[in-house]
Design a protein around this ligand. Structure first.
Ligand SMILES: [Zn+2]
Ligand SMILES: [Zn+2]
Length: 274
């Protein structure tokens, strides 16, 4: 590993990591000071913790309050949309919590056609409502897209003025450029380091560097050589290393540019945090 170039983990479920045993990918919950300490030692200067369901927002806020450079996003994850199906007030209730000072985005929302846990129509309805809310509040939207590229594109295109992030990007170069055209940054996670991920690395080659972001999606998707183990924000450096190689630039340059991009998409440029 080279130097401590600044890294911005644009997507990390810190609330899951700190809760630990609830999720099989985490095991025993580590202490915040250990997780953040390891992240800082690896050069991580900031992260965003996306919320996946209103029942967990208090934990997302609690995690965001542990350090000035930890931020929050609020949403209902596509695999959790059944949580809101019986509450017609869900959107108003979510909107009321956007005033929390650490909220920098909506997300993660989107479409997940891999897990057969939620009705597609309900996912699309929720996604569209949150994109509209993003436009209303000028907040970027973190998009989860699993085996749903065409419909994700359709829903985003139906809400003009949307902007945000395609998190844990899984499409090809053509799809990446289409999403950039619609105002969305392309974020790569630890799976880009996997041996069989050449198609993902090829897609990254096509993404202009000013639209590139890095994330861990921890505790999920540990990069090589930690595949299958609980992930942590410190490991975002392995994503950065792989992307630097793919783009043919230095690690420091890749780190600096993706950090600048993250500050831009989350409207944090004016806060000297990284
Ligand atoms: Zn996701
Ligand atoms: Zn996630």
């Amino acid at each position: 590993m080279t130097t401590l170039a600044p890294l911005f983990d644009t997507h990390c479920h810190l609330d899951y990591i700190l809760r630990g045993s609830e999720h099989p990918d985490v095991g025993v919950a580590p202490q915040f000071k250990d997780v953040w300490g390891r992240a800082e030692a690896a050069g991580v200067c900031a992260l965003v913790n996306p919320g996946v369901t209103p029942g967990r927002f208090s934990e997302v806020f609690a995690a965001s309050e542990m350090h000035s450079n930890i931020f929050a996003a609020l949403s209902v994850h596509p695999t959790d949309v059944s949580d809101i199906s019986t509450n017609p007030e869900w959107l108003a209730e979510l909107e009321a919590q956007l005033s929390h000072p650490k909220v920098v985005a909506l997300g993660e929302t989107g479409l997940d056609y891999y897990w057969d846990t939620s009705e597609k129509e309900l996912q699309q309805h929720c996604f569209e409502a949150l994109l509209k809310l993003g436009v209303k509040h000028k907040l970027p939207v973190i998009v989860h897209d699993r085996e749903a590229h065409d419909d994700v594109k359709k829903v985003i295109a139906s809400v003009p003025g949307s902007q945000g992030i395609m998190h844990c990007f899984s499409g090809d170069g053509k799809f990446a450029l289409e999403m950039i055209e619609l105002g969305f940054f392309i974020s790569f996670a630890g799976n880009i380091t996997f041996k069989n991920a050449q198609p993902l690395r090829d897609a990254a080659k096509d993404v202009p560097i000013e639209w590139l972001l890095i994330e861990t999606d921890s505790p999920f998707l540990s990069p090589m050589p930690f595949r299958g183990k609980p992930n942590e924000p410190e490991r975002v450096r392995y994503v950065a290393e792989t992307l630097a190689e793919v783009k043919g630039i230095s690690y420091e340059k890749l780190a600096r540019i993706t950090t600048e991009n993250a500050l831009r998409v989350y409207h944090l440029e004016n806060q000297a945090i990284c």
